[in-house]
Design a protein around this ligand. Structure first.
Ligand code: NAP
Ligand code: ZN
Ligand code: ZN
Length: 351
């Protein structure tokens, strides 16, 4: 298949910095949309993937799955989008479209789902490459429409940080009578607070950092508990209907399970791997409490969220960086030194 060379930023090894490289984008098939990328958010998963934290990375990798841009060209059968439309691409660019999960708009749980980067591009028989690049070519089914009343950079993180927290909020029916807690105030955490607050819930943040208390309240949290304060943790026993845990590394879930109400659920969205220390089942059994996981969200649910953000004027709090600062941004993200999402101005790649 014919391809075009495109400038991108990526890495060829887990211990190498990201650097400028050239990748190939496929020629448009009849159903494809070519997008000129304006902004791309920086997710902690980009860092995990670039550094092979999950042991599954194939190099080279070009991260980026919070993509906002405009339609540059469309294939002959494209009906939903026209040249110039403001669009977005999140974490998924394809799936089998026939399995039970696909039929239920749960493409993220399709056994053949294709990630925006590090997935398998059947057209080119190579890995997919993400949004740290000039352009991307995506089947229109996996392209989303962006409300035009929102800041273009601020909407980018909705495509991953937003949908990853929105999906559990919706699945566990959060509304105005819900007591929700969020663990960790980073990219996912700050979107979780904004979205749970917009759904009318009472929202509490668990954070290690006293310095984030005022920010959390400004974002919409009603309360903040410093997770290292054992007395405060004990006072919160039996409180929450839903806890969304965004912490990227192994940590003790047991103190958080204790703060769930009867029938409450702690949903892990951050850390991927074996728990250490292990979960103690006693409080789960004695209070019918659940510990669950959740992966991003489907295409229809992501469009629902974008529309909800448009209606409620919700965007992410972002620090815009040039692509040349990406390696420094990764180091700052590891120190939790970002308020609250880096977004790359992709025009800086053209310089
Ligand atoms: P982030 O911006 O770096 O935020 C993570 C937050 O967790 C930090 O701000 C910090 O909050 C807390 N934290 C960090 N290290 C910690 C540690 N060692 N112990 C305790 N708390 C710690 O990351 P993000 O982009 O929000 O991503 C969070 C995680 O979600 C990543 O692992 C990412 O791969 C994953 N993710 C999962 C999905 C999914 O579909 N399930 C989708 C996207 C991302 P405080 O300072 O407030 O404590
Ligand atoms: Zn992500
Ligand atoms: Zn499927």
């Amino acid at each position: 298949m014919k391809t075009s060379p495109v400038k991108a930023y990526g890495t060829k090894a887990p211990d190498a910095d990201l650097q400028q490289m050239e990748i190939s984008r496929r020629e448009l098939t009849a159903g494809d949309v070519e997008i000129d990328i304006h902004y791309c958010g920086v997710c902690h998963s980009d860092l995990h993937f670039a550094r092979n934290d999950w042991g599954m990375t194939q190099y080279p990798v070009v991260p980026g799955h919070e993509i906002v841009g405009t339609v540059k060209r469309v294939g002959e059968d494209v009906t939903r989008y026209s040249v110039g439309d403001l669009v977005a691409v999140g974490c998924l660019v394809d799936s089998c479209r026939t399995c039970d999960n696909c039929k239920k708009d749960l493409e993220q749980y399709c056994p053949e789902w294709v990630g925006t980067y590090g997935g398998y591009d059947k057209h080119l028989d190579t890995n997919t490459h993400g949004g740290y690049s000039e352009t991307i070519v995506v089947d229109e089914t996996f392209v989303l429409r962006v409300p035009d009343n929102l800041d273009k950079a601020g909407i980018a993180p909705v495509l991953c940080a937003g949908i990853t927290t929105w999906s559990p909020l919706r699945h566990w029916n959060v509304g105005k009578d819900s007591k929700v807690a969020v663990v960790g105030l980073g990219g996912l955490g700050h979107m979780a607070i904004k979205l749970a607050d917009a759904l009318g819930a009472h929202v509490t943040l668990f954070s290690r950092s006293k310095s984030k208390i005022e920010d959390a309240k400004a974002l919409g949290a009603d309360a903040v508990i410093i997770s290292t304060d054992e007395a405060a943790m004990e006072r919160a026993a039996g409180t929450f209907d839903l806890i969304i845990d965004t912490v990227p590394y192994a940590h003790d879930l047991n103190p958080y399970v204790a703060t769930l109400n009867t029938n409450g659920t702690l949903v892990v969205v951050g850390y991927l791997g074996p728990l250490d220390p292990m979960l103690v089942t006693v409080p789960m059994i004695m209070g019918r409490k659940s510990v669950a996981g959740s992966l991003i969200g489907g295409i229809a649910e992501t469009q629902e969220l974008l529309d909800f953000c448009g209606k409620h004027n919700i965007t992410s709090d972002v620090e815009i960086i040039p692509i040349q600062d990406i390696n420094a941004a990764y180091e700052r993200m590891l120190q939790s030194d970002v308020k609250y999402r880096f977004v790359i101005d992709m025009r800086t790649l053209k310089q």
